[in-house]
Ligand binder design. Sequence first.
Ligand code: ASP
Length: 310
Amino acid sequence: MSHEPGPVLIGSANAEVGMDRGREILEDGGSALDAVEAVIRAVEDNPEDHTVGYGGYPNLLGEVELDASIMDGSTRRAGCVGALRGYRAAISVARGVLERLPHVLVVGEGAARLAAEMGLEAEDLLTEEAEKVWRDGLEGRGELGRIGEMMLSRVASLATDPDRAAGTVDVIARDQYGNLVSGVSTSGWAWKYPGRLGDSPIIGAGNYCDSRYGAAGCTGWGELAIRAGTARSAVARLAAGASVGEAGEAVIRDIVELETDGHHPLMHLVVMGADGTHAGFTTRAEGAQYVWWARGMSAPEMAERTVVPV
Ligand code: ASP
């Protein structure tokens, strides 16, 4: 979809809970960086979303580990955190990496340490509801009593089947100055191997932003977006002159061609051009939506993603 140049905000459908916060920031002349962070924070705070932040599904050991990234397309500076435990605002810690450290990616205890230095509140992210789903899943397989001592690599197949892994929030904003920023936050693949990082904290895989050309964000089976360098490839195609529709379809087709041991290559992508044009894509045969808002609209709306056949 195309618009008059001006503020534009898009995201995965679950970003809807935070879109108004982002819209207000952009309408008041605020920055794309603030808008992206604000939208994602609302999703991280939503306990009903079991794929992001507080209430996210845990890893095999029952520990919630969060991944997030944020990229400023005007400087191409980025901040990312992986396997962050004990702090829900992964996107803000990622922004902390961008603004406070001479690094791009910080994981585990280092990420938690930065969160504490930023004054964020430590808490247990595992809600009763998420814990029950984890417990029921492992108990059903008779594994729970032994999970601490097991060779987890032998039970890694307990992890949610890739065909069903879905969630994560991605958001791209263009502010009135034409700056683009993209952000992604996730609790990752449910029952993942501890320490597993998906595409969300990997610049070039699940997130890439360049205000000269556009931005892209992925949700879905993260290993595939890492293997295909999906978000960076989409923006490289925009830079070469492709439209958002052409760029998005081409990179999803590239994913579909990966070897996946017979699993459905589940992938969703949102793409925005430098001018604010945008589109969404999915490999889900049933289709899926993304949410968007542009200056002049009184409220965000849902749009259909283009289904790329598998
Ligand atoms: N891409 C995320 C990951 O692989 C998960 C998801 O989007 O559902 O961690």
